[in-house]
Write a protein that binds this ligand. Structure first.
Ligand code: MG
Length: 446
C-alpha cells in the first residue's frame, strides 16, 4: 500500500526487496543524491529492509547514514543534524510484526508534504538510473543520534530539570519490545527517574498488540500498581505515540497525552494550539483556560506540524498520543511528551490521578456505514442537510461541531465504508448522537 505517509505491506507478500528497491531508488533520485539518513524500528525484517534500502540508495549515488534501531523522531532530527537531502524511517509503526514500511522524510526533518509525496509516488515506475563504480554512494554509521535527541529534549528551554530530578519519579516503561527500549530509559534516567522497564528488549516480537490503546496496556497497569509507581509510559514500536497510566494503575486514555502537554506548555508559553480534526475537544477546554485558540487540520502529523510552524504554535499534536513539541521538532515525539508530562507533575507537585480528575471527561463513539460506493457518495451529499445547526468543516470529510459535542463523518480512502465519530460529555449521549445521525442519513437515502 503506497500513500502520502509511505509504503507499507506484509514482508514477503506485498512488501519485498524488489518493491523496496524500486521506491528507495526513486526516492534517492527525487532527493537529487547527497546524504540520506536511514533508521529502523526493532522489527525482525528491519535488517533485510535496511539492506535493500541502503543498496538502492547507494546505487543511485546517495551516501547512506545508518542510525540502526532508533525512534522515528530520532531519524527526523538526524536528517536536520546532517543537513541531509532526505531520510527514510523503516517502520510500520503500531502495525503487527509481520508488517514493515518505509516513511519518507524531506530535507527539513519532517515527512514529505502531500504534494511532494504525490510527485514522488507518480515517479516510481520510471526506470532507475543506476550509477557506476565511481559514483556509487558510501555507507556510514551514526551512533550518536539517540544521545543528540535526548540532549535536545533536555534543552527544552522551559523544562525545569532540577525540579524534575528532585521529584525522583518512579516510572514503569512499556516499550512493547520496539525501538523505545534503547532510548526511553536513557531519557528517563537522565531526568532522575527510577525506571522499571517492561518489554524493553528491541526484539521486534511485540509483547502485546503494539498500538498503545487502553485495552493493550493491562500489563503496564498491573506493573504500575505492583511497583507503587508514580506513573507508567507506553510507546508504540517507533516511539512517536505515548500513552499514560496514572498512579492509580489505570490508563488515562491516549487523548489526554497531548492535553497534559498543552496544560504544561501553555502555562509558560501562551499561544494557539494545533490538533487534528479527530482529536478530543479537551484541547478546546484547555485553550479556553488560557485564552488561546485551537486550530484543527486534516489527520496526519505533517498537516499538524506545518500548521504549527505557520502559526508559531507552542504545542500541539494528534489525539492518539502524538505530542509535537516545537523546541525539539515539528514532528510527533513520545520521548518529548514524557519530558513535558514529568515537567507538569513536578511543577504541580500533585499525583497524576488528581490532575486528571480536575479535567472534564469526554467520550467517543465510533460506527461505520457499509454501502456501495455510489450510495456512500449520496450519503456524504446528505450530511449538510441533516446537520444544519452545526458549524461545518470540510477539510477532511465533514466535521460538524456544536458547543458540547461534535460529529465527524468521513469516507474511507480504501474500503466502501463511511466512518462516523462522535465526542460528547457522556458515553450514552455519544452513542445516541452517533445512532441518530446514521439513522437520519439512511432514512433520507431511501
Ligand atoms: Mg508510530
Amino acid at each position: 500500500m503506497a500513500g502520502v505517509s509511505g509504503v507499507r505491506g506484509v514482508f514477503g507478500e506485498s512488501l519485498d526487496p524488489v518493491v523496496i528497491t524500486k521506491y528507495a531508488s526513486r526516492f534517492g533520485k527525487l532527493c537529487g543524491g547527497g546524504k540520506i539518513v536511514v533508521g529502523r524500528d526493532s522489527r525482525t525484517t528491519g535488517p533485510a529492509v535496511f539492506a535493500a534500502v541502503s543498496s538502492a540508495l547507494m546505487s543511485v549515488g546517495c551516501d547512506v547514514i545508518d542510525l540502526g534501531i532508533v525512534a522515528t523522531p530520532t531519524v527526523l532530527l538526524a536528517v536536520k543534524h546532517h543537513q541531509a537531502s532526505g531520510g527514510i524511517a523503516i517502520t510500520a509503526s503500531h502495525n503487527p510484526p509481520q508488517w514493515n514500511a518505509m516513511k519518507f522524510i524531506d530535507n527539513d526533518g519532517m515527512f514529505l508534504s502531500a504534494e511532494k509525496a504525490a510527485k514522488f509516488l507518480a515517479s516510481v515506475e520510471e526506470a532507475p538510473d543506476w550509477v557506476n563504480w565511481e559514483a556509487i554512494g558510501k555507507l556510514s554509521k551514526d551512533e550518536a543520534a539517540i544521545q543528540r535527541h535526548i540532549q535536545r529534549i533536555m534543552d527544552i528551554p522551559y523544562l525545569n530539570l532540577e525540579k524534575i530530578k528532585n521529584s525522583k519519579f518512579k516510572v514503569v516503561l512499556d516499550s512493547v519490545n520496539g525501538a523505545g527500549g534503547l532510548c526511553s530509559p536513557l531519557l528517563l534516567k537522565a531526568l532522575g527517574c527510577e525506571v522499571v522497564e517492561i518489554n524493553s528488549e528491541p526484539s521486534g516480537i511485540f509483547a502485546h498488540p503494539a498500538e498503545p490503546l487502553n485495552h493493550n496496556l493491562v500489563q503496564l497497569e498491573e506493573a504500575v500498581l505492583a511497583h507503587d509507581a508514580d506513573l507508567g509510559f507506553a510507546t508504540d514500536p517507533d516511539v512517536d505515540r505515548l500513552s499514560i497510566v496514572g498512579d492509580h494503575g489505570r490508563c488515562i486514555g491516549e487523548e489526554l497525552t497531548v492535553a497534559l502537554a498543552e496544560l504544561f506548555v501553555l502555562a509558560k508559553h501562551p499561544g494557539d494550539l494545533v490538533v487534528n480534526l479527530s482529536s478530543s475537544m479537551i484541547s478546546d477546554y484547555i485553550a479556553e483556560q488560557y485564552g488561546v485558540q485551537v486550530h484543527r487540520t486534516k489527520v496526519g502529523e505533517i498537516n499538524v506540524g506545518k500548521k504549527m510552524q505557520e502559526l508559531s504554535s507552542p504545542i500541539g499534536g494528534e489525539g492518539n498520543g502524538g505530542v509535537i513539541c516545537p523546541p525539539v521538532n515539528y514532528t510527533r515525539d513520545a520521548m518529548a511528551g514524557m519530558a513535558l508530562i514529568l515537567g507538569l507533575l513536578a511543577e504541580r507537585d500533585t499525583k497524576l490521578s488528581a490532575l486528571v480528575d480536575e479535567l472534564p471527561k469526554y467520550f467517543f463513539a465510533k460506527a461505520k456505514i457499509e454501502r456501495s460506493f455510489e450510495d456512500l457518495n449520496k450519503i456524504m451529499s446528505l450530511v449538510p442537510q441533516i446537520l444544519q445547526d452545526y458549524a461545518l468543516d470540510t477539510q477532511d470529510g465533514i466535521k460538524a461541531t456544536r458547543k458540547d459535542h461534535w460529529i465527524h463523518i468521513r469516507k474511507s480512502g480504501t474500503e466502501p465504508i463511511i466512518r462516523v465519530y462522535v465526542e460528547s460529555e457522556s458515553v450514552q449521549r455519544s452513542h445516541e448522537i452517533c445512532d441518530t445521525t446514521i439513522k437520519n442519513l439512511l432514512d433520507r437515502l431511501s
